[in-house]
Design a protein around this ligand. Structure first.
Ligand SMILES: Nc1nc2c(c(=O)[nH]1)N[C@H]1C(S)=C(S)[C@@H](COP(=O)(O)OP(=O)(O)OC[C@H]3O[C@@H](n4cnc5c(=O)[nH]c(N)nc54)[C@H](O)[C@@H]3O)O[C@H]1N2
Ligand SMILES: Nc1nc2c(c(=O)[nH]1)N[C@H]1C(S)=C(S)[C@@H](COP(=O)(O)OP(=O)(O)OC[C@H]3O[C@@H](n4cnc5c(=O)[nH]c(N)nc54)[C@H](O)[C@@H]3O)O[C@H]1N2
Ligand code: SF4
Ligand SMILES: [Mo]
Length: 726
């Protein structure tokens, strides 16, 4: 179909070539000799989604972007952010040269220096701190860019600091912890089986906004198959419009809902006893515990009507196979997030869906792999035990990646840890993404030395002593998988702007100065890294380039079978209704059962009666990356708070009016958007903006004691109408 459409287009373009003048062809951006327009296919990379795009170049500059339609696995789509890449790539905020600070910290005054000077300065600081005080007094941080996560981990291990943390201290790892407690350590974030399930539970995910091109397409494919879709989301979104059943719990109450669903399944004897007996442990204790969650009690806690919850339970258990779509964030952006995540995942064990075709984490075809892909090969961390908060989150220390939980970075930079942090070396850091960025700013002012590698001059960079200019994914060669068996080599779409280098090139340069190299076996250049990444596929870089960058892998891993998946790697070798890891932590809230704790019991809800949810994704925004792009931010030019009409009425606020949003931490002015898409009693604010940053109002000690994740999705607030100025 897609190929046919593409042929039609080609035919139309050929006709145009005959009928239009060169000038008209240029205006229509038709590629060819007459216009000098060339099309190069590459990955977008703006959100890490790696969608395939066609970049139209004229005189080396991108003039148009379209979704690629021809390569295997390409959807032909581009989301609004990808379409705005043109503004992002050539934005004046791009850091194009290495620089050193000449003004005060935070002032943003810099002077251009050479790469030699920049790299020598950073390496010398790292070396001297290591020699005099120990490598642990250098902290290394990395934000959302994930493409070089395994390489930076390798770099950190070889340098020798335990104090290495990433944005995954607020994203993905807590859900992985929940999954690993239940299903063992080889289970990460599992995509649902869109093609084979009969009931799909979309729990706290909005794929049409957050994963618009790939996950969105998978979700719509499942919708087209006419299966049951249960969406669990407090808000109404474009995803919930496709729901057969939309459950709207108060944020952070997911655990109670899942336990209530389990109770219905067990009381109606719909659980899969044969599966439970064969593959699980702790069922008796779990069964006893879930009996507390009667439909009436669950309705009171979550606000979900009992009848809807019962319907969902019957669908999941009787109309399977049932699959589960979870996100890296909302469920675990609550202070009871790991236990809630466990309670949800265990529904897949209760109903015998874990590891089954059409179920959760089920079997899959033979596939190839790339070496060191993020999430496939989380590397163990060396030196972990000397880390600044080792022992504070014992389950975190044992599971996931063994990084430092950096939620308390402000304290460490402010010298409140067991020893000081003298160097902060950051790749893609934005302190506005953390609760209390004002405290982090104080830390950034005080740390002795701060180097930052970023694509853009963001607010964090303004505190750095040395700035390293980073290339975008269009400015580097890449190797990616297009399908489970197809490998893609992306040539550079654009020449590097200014003197930018990509992150791995920067790491290699720093490593050389520090006396080591990356990789095992070691590689010394970016090209050698690409070859190393390719090695498990059986292909060489040379032959892949010679085949226009697309080839079938020569070496495949055997298909994943149900039998293999059910050899789970928990301490007991069984799926654990009672978690051995959590129990062994012997800490409050670390119960072996997925015990439900209600956040409202520890918050001053009487004074701040509204639940504050922050960061529900908007299609046009991506954390801090988009606020500088006019095409994307012009839809919303000031901070907004969304609230339900009944709440608006209660506070005497009309749509478009100015309000003050107050939490126990502080207050901010915002514009009220009154919308029935919000759940009554819950208000929504987006995050990531440099002005009106909602994270200023979040308490950085309000965290899940198991994972250290902030309670971004269920804090408390109140709204005060601002009187119009006379
Ligand atoms: N456009 C865009 N896409 C993105 C991002 C972005 O910033 N912008 N960020 C990327 C990143 S880092 C991540 S982690 C993912 C997140 O991806 P998603 O999880 O899909 O995104 P969200 O919109 O945060 O959350 C999905 C839904 O969960 C609901 N929700 C909020 N709190 C709760 C809760 O406590 N329980 C339940 N059941 N639902 C809740 C929200 O109302 C929302 O509609 O998106 C990725 N994709
Ligand atoms: N209140 C609230 N806060 C949240 C969330 C929420 O829902 N609510 N969501 C949390 C979640 S899930 C996440 S993942 C985090 C994300 O938080 P961050 O990781 O801070 O997110 P970004 O702003 O996307 O990226 C940070 C920086 O990385 C730079 N960058 C991008 N690509 C590259 C690259 O290839 N190399 C280098 N060196 N730099 C690059 C960008 O220019 C940017 O300055 O935010 C968290 N914060
Ligand atoms: S979803 Fe959008 S921003 Fe993300 S990689 Fe795809 S086109 Fe780019
Ligand atoms: Mo995230």
């Amino acid at each position: 179909m897609q190929m046919d459409r593409e042929m039609d287009n080609q035919e139309k373009i050929s006709k145009l070539r005959v009928t239009l003048s060169a000038e008209e062809l240029l205006r229509a951006k038709i590629p060819g000799k007459e216009t000098g327009i060339e099309v190069r296919t590459g990955t977008c990379g703006f959100c890490g989604g790696e969608c395939l795009l066609d970049f139209y170049l004229k005189d080396g500059k991108i003039i148009k972007i379209e979704g690629n339609k021809t390569l295997p696995g390409a959807s032909g789509r581009v989301c609004v952010k990808g379409a705005a890449l043109k503004q992002a790539l050539y934005h004046p905020d791009r850091i194009l040269y290495p620089m050193k600070r000449v003004g005060a910290r935070g002032e943003g005054k810099f002077e251009r220096i050479s790469w030699e000077e920049a790299l020598d300065t950073v390496a010398e600081r790292m070396q001297s701190v290591k020699k005099i005080y120990g490598a642990e007094q250098t902290m290394i941080y990395m934000g959302h860019p994930k493409w070089f996560r395994p390489q930076i981990t390798d770099f950190v291990n070889k340098y020798g600091t335990p104090n290495y943390g990433t944005e995954s201290s607020t994203c993905a790892y807590a859900l992985m912890m929940a999954n690993q407690c239940n299903f063992g350590k080889n289970i990460m974030l599992m995509p649902p089986d869109f093609g084979r399930c009969n009931t799909l539970i979309v729990w706290g995910v909005n794929p049409l906004y957050s994963n618009s091109v790939k996950g969105g397409a998978g979700f719509l494919h499942a919708v087209d198959r006419g299966i049951n879709i249960i969406v669990v989301d407090p808000k109404c979104t474009s995803t919930t419009e496709y729901a057969t059943l939309h459950l709207r719990p108060v944020p952070g109450t997911d655990g109670a809902l899942a336990l209530g669903i389990a109770r219905v399944i067990i009381t109606e004897e719909l659980q899969d006893m044969e599966y439970i007996e064969k593959y699980t442990t702790g069922y008796e204790a779990y069964r006893e515990y879930v009996m507390e969650f009667t439909p009436e009690k669950v309705e009171e806690i979550t606000g979900v009507p009992a009848a809807d919850m019962i319907r969902a339970a019957r669908m999941i258990a009787s109309e399977g196979p049932s699959s589960l779509m979870l996100s890296a964030s909302p469920v675990v952006h609550n202070i009871n997030g790991v236990q809630n995540g466990r309670a949800i995942g265990l529904l897949m064990a209760l109903t015998g869906n874990f590891g089954m075709p059409g179920g959760f984490a089920g079997p899959g075809p033979a596939r190839t792999r790339l070496k060191d892909a993020f999430m496939q090969s989380i590397q163990d961390r060396d030196y972990q035990k000397n880390g600044l908060n080792y022992g504070e989150f014992p389950a975190w220390d044992r599971l996931t990646s063994r990084e430092l939980q950096v939620e308390r970075m402000a304290d460490f930079l402010l010298g409140k840890g067991a020893y000081p942090i003298r160097n902060l070396i950051a790749f893609g850091m934005n302190h506005h993404m953390w609760p209390r960025p004002d405290r982090l700013e104080e830390g950034l002012k005080q740390v002795e030395f701060f180097a930052c590698a970023d694509i853009y001059m963001n607010e964090t960079c303004k505190y750095a002593d040395i700035l390293l200019p980073v290339a975008t994914s269009q400015e580097r060669e890449q190797i990616e998988l297009l399908t489970p068996q197809t490998v893609f080599y992306q040539q550079k779409v654009l020449e590097n702007q200014g003197e930018t280098k990509n992150d791995i090139e920067i790491l290699l340069e720093l490593a050389k100065r520090l006396g080591f190299s990356l990789g095992d076996p070691v590689y010394h250049t970016y090209e050698e890294y690409l070859q190393d990444r390719l090695s498990p596929t059986g292909l060489t870089l040379e032959e892949l380039r010679a085949h226009h960058g697309v080839m079938q892998a020569k070496e495949l891993m055997p298909p994943r079978t149900t039998e293999d998946i059910l050899k789970v790697q928990t301490p007991t070798g069984k799926i654990e209704f009672t978690s051995t890891v959590l129990e062994s932590c012997e800490k409050e809230w670390h119960e072996a059962l997925p015990v439900y704790h209600d956040f409202r019991e520890i918050l001053p809800m009487n004074d701040y009666p509204l639940v504050l949810t922050t960061g529900s994704r908007k299609p046009q925004l991506f954390h801090s990356r988009t606020y500088r792009l006019p095409w994307l931010v012009n839809m919303e030019t000031c901070p907004v708070v969304e609230l339900h009409p009944e709440d608006a009425m209660r506070y005497g606020v009309a749509d478009g009016e100015q309000v003050m949003l107050e939490t126990p931490v502080g207050s901010l002015d915002m514009m009220a958007i009154v919308t029935t898409s919000c759940l009554k009693g819950v208000v929504n604010v987006y995050h990531g903006a440099e002005t009106g940053d909602i994270n200023l109002l979040l308490d950085d000690t309000y965290i899940d004691p198991i994972s250290g994740f902030p309670g971004f999705k269920s804090y408390c607030c109140r709204i005060v109408k601002k009187e119009a100025e006379a």
